[in-house]
Design a protein around this ligand. Structure first.
Ligand code: FES
Length: 150
């Protein structure tokens, strides 16, 4: 166990963790940022998606110990004072069903739209296809990404 300095949602924090502890568990268990969810733990479902230097990444698959030089953003830090266009679109289209995967979906969509602000439907589908939703809210997710892009 060692101490690491991270920057999470714009704040510097010091955490004590093992070298190989996934960032997901440091966020949830050490920093109480429980919006980031555990789904599969093996990088397959997307529930744990956060932004690392603005890029969507799966926090279950990266050790927190390697994140000292990076800016980490979780769903709790995505908006400033008002919701982002992606969050507004999610709200307007009532996207979530059970809601469990939705933070990861929103983090993936937000990063994608920064890279591609005017995507077509196929690009949206491709960008979102590896974020799984057991309730199959895919249709609403795609519509919300398109709405946020407008
Ligand atoms: Fe990280 Fe599923 S929990 S991808």
């Amino acid at each position: 166990m060692a101490s690491y300095n991270l920057k999470v949602n714009g704040k510097k924090v010091s955490v004590n963790t093992d070298d190989d502890t996934p960032l997901l568990w440091v966020l949830r268990d050490e920093l109480n940022l429980v919006g980031t969810k555990y789904g599969c733990g093996i990088g397959q479902c997307g529930a744990c998606t956060v932004h690392i230097d603005g890029i969507a990444m799966r926090s279950c698959s990266v050790p927190a110990s390697r994140m000292e030089d990076s800016e980490i953003t979780t769903i709790e830090g995505l908006a400033d004072e008002k919701l982002t266009p992606v969050q507004e679109a999610w709200k307007e289209l009532d996207v979530p069903q059970c809601g469990y995967c939705q933070a990861g979906q929103i983090m993936t969509a937000s990063s994608f739209l920064k890279q591609n602000p005017n995507p077509n439907n196929e690009e949206i589908r491709n960008a979102m296809h590896s974020n799984l939703c057991r309730c199959a809210s895919y249709n609403r997710i795609e519509k919300a990404v398109a709405l946020a892009a407008k």
